[in-house]
Write a protein that binds this ligand. Structure first.
Ligand code: ADP
Ligand code: MG
Length: 390
């Protein structure tokens, strides 16, 4: 990385939208969306960065907040934690002497004009521990800082770690909604059900006294923006099977746009060159543009999920897992702040689709497209069962 990259950078406070403008969502303040999953390697970070870049190229002023101590966001944008001039850790005061800094002053520029990011800077295990302690015990600082950033950014995407620990919890408390990437080569409905159940505990969140004016601006319920397939492949029976199953299971909650598995996306992520920024025509980039469009369109047409829809889904999943009707849901907490303590149920005998079986079946049948066909084909984006490969 160029050492001088961040020197004298134009901070978003000078270049972002002014608080008076309406956002492309047609809202007064920016929207905050977390990318969440319990699993690692499903494409959260790749999606946060490429979706963020697609939104930035569509006119949004975007802030990506990496919360994963692995610092995936900064690596995907071509830098390493050691070289970050400012980091998410700095929002927390280090003792009485050094007060915490504003998130908006910590944002760093990216290769795209409208795209900014903040990442933790974590080198040692002790730093990771302090960082996670801060997010866990002082989540209100993070929530307040993200809230203030809504004034300057149209869209704030929070990339979560692959766990439901302090960083994911803080992210959900600060978010309007969340997006769930589903890796298309494995379908484990119990794992998604457990995730929805976990997130459900944040639906009626209220903030600690003094840090958020709940009287004038009560936080709106956290909604599920939707789910989308990542690393999808229609070449294999497995890929088609998973796409069909996800669509059957989650209906309208699944985005038509899905991200194909392409070597271009993985190579670029490895080299810190997000495809949407450096290769806008590749199938992977186009998928992220489609996803960005669909995200905005669904929001403006009100097709997103409602909390009751999630309730229904959790109830129906639990019923079908247990093979019997579900008991009435427990009463929700009142207005007092409660740090959510969700119980993540262990997946019981997960109903996994076996990759080996399906690949073996595919091989026996022969056929399928070549890699070249695939890489050059354009997925027009509908992964829910209609034709899409041109
Ligand atoms: P997560 O943040 O959920 O752990 P990542 O975004 O880091 O997942 O992706 C995990 C790995 O998969 C990375 O090596 C990334 O380059 C690769 N990857 C992500 N999306 C795709 C895709 N659509 N096609 C091919 N490889 C991908
Ligand atoms: Mg990641």
């Amino acid at each position: 990385m160029d050492d001088a990259r961040f020197a004298g950078q134009d901070l978003p406070s000078a270049h972002g939208r002014t608080p008076r403008d309406r956002t492309p969502w047609n809202t007064v303040e920016g929207r905050v969306i977390s990318l969440v999953s319990r699993k690692g390697g499903v494409g959260k970070t790749t999606s946060a960065v490429n979706l963020g870049a697609a939104l930035a190229l569509s006119g949004h002023t975007v802030l990506i907040i990496g919360t994963d101590p692995q610092c995936g966001v900064c690596r995907t944008l071509g830098t390493v934690p050691l070289e970050l001039p400012s980091s998410l850790n700095d929002i927390f005061a280090a003792g009485d002497e050094t007060p915490g800094q504003n998130l908006t002053d910590l944002a760093l520029t990216s290769p795209l004009e409208n795209l900014y990011f903040v990442s933790p800077r974590i080198i040692t295990l002790a730093e990771e521990e302090t960082y996670l302690d801060n997010l866990g015990n002082r989540a209100e600082v993070f929530i307040r800082e993200v809230d203030q950033a809504r004034q300057l950014y149209d869209t704030i995407l929070i990339d979560c770690p692959p766990s439901l620990g302090p960083a994911t919890r803080a992210a959900l408390l600060a978010s309007d909604s969340y997006l769930v990437p589903i890796q298309a080569e494995e379908l484990c409905r119990e794992s998604i059900g457990a995730l929805l159940e976990f997130v459900d505990a944040f639906k009626d969140r209220t903030y600690p006294h003094g840090d958020h004016d709940t009287a004038t601006a009560p936080p709106a319920p956290l909604t599920l923006e939707g789910m989308f397939l990542t690393m999808a492949s229609e070449r294999t029976r497995m890929g088609r099977h998973v796409a069909a199953r996800v669509s059957e299971e989650f209906g309208d909650l699944v985005f038509s746009a899905g991200v194909p598995r392409t070597t271009r996306l993985s190579e670029m992520a490895l080299r810190g060159k997000p495809a949407v920024i450096y290769d806008r025509r590749s199938p992977g980039s186009r998928a992220y543009f489609d996803l960005a469009d669909e995200l905005v369109n669904r929001y403006s047409s009100g097709t997103g999920s409602s909390p009751s829809l999630i309730d229904d889904m959790i109830a129906s999943m639990s019923r079908s897992l247990a093979g019997e009707p579900l008991a009435a849901p427990a009463a929700r907490p009142e207005t007092v702040y409660q740090e959510p303590q969700p119980q993540v149920p262990e997946a019981q005998s997960p109903e996994m689709v076996s990759l080996d079986d399906l690949l073996a079946e595919e091989e026996n049948r022969g056929g399928g497209r070549s890699d070249e066909d695939w890489e050059e084909g354009y997925w027009s984006g509908d992964f829910t069962g209609r034709d899409r490969l041109n």
